[in-house]
Design a protein around this ligand. Structure first.
Ligand SMILES: [Zn+2]
Length: 166
């Protein structure tokens, strides 16, 4: 997934807010929805594209599973509801990012047991620029659908806010 991470994160966070009965922490969900791609500057500028960017620790499910385990432990001992809300919204969005990247990009779900990058669909290399290969593939329509869906939810929530003010 390339451009739909943020709108997908918005949709998931709004859903979680409803379930968890809170109106807070939207920005935490949005940040987490794109956080794994913070390895991109490193990929281009420092590593000079030596390692596939989805193989950095920030894109590894095993890393985030360990963080989740730690979060569960912390909650178990502290019983802090605020911590529970923040970590649930944060980690759910991280895993959403990894699931969406599994669509065509590929994620090392079985690492460290296997180095196989798992993906649902392979985008054939038809054009010289990789971006074109993805933009002209049918899976890109899914990204556009997510963006439109998020846009509709956003407009609806603005309207509701406007109505409650007037
Ligand atoms: Zn990613």
């Amino acid at each position: 997934m390339f451009i739909a991470h943020l709108p997908a994160g918005y949709l998931l966070t709004r859903f979680l807010q409803r379930k968890l009965k809170t109106t807070k922490y939207l920005w935490i969900g949005l940040l987490a929805s794109i956080l794994p791609d913070f390895d991109l500057p490193y990929f281009y500028l420092i590593d000079h594209r030596q390692t596939l960017h989805h193989e950095y620790w920030i894109h590894l499910p095993i890393f985030w599973l360990s963080v989740s385990f730690l979060a569960v432990l912390i909650f178990f001992f502290t019983k802090n509801r605020r911590f529970l809300l923040i970590s649930t919204i944060f980690l759910a969005n991280i895993f959403l990012h990894l699931i969406l990247d599994t669509f065509v990009a590929g994620i090392l779900w079985l690492y460290p047991f296997s180095h196989v990058s798992l993906r649902l669909f392979t985008v054939p290399a038809r054009y010289p620029f990789w971006g074109e290969n993805f933009a002209f593939h049918w899976t890109f329509l899914v990204e556009i659908a997510i963006i439109l869906w998020a846009f509709i939810v956003l407009i609806k929530s603005w309207r509701r806010k406007g109505e409650s003010k007037s």
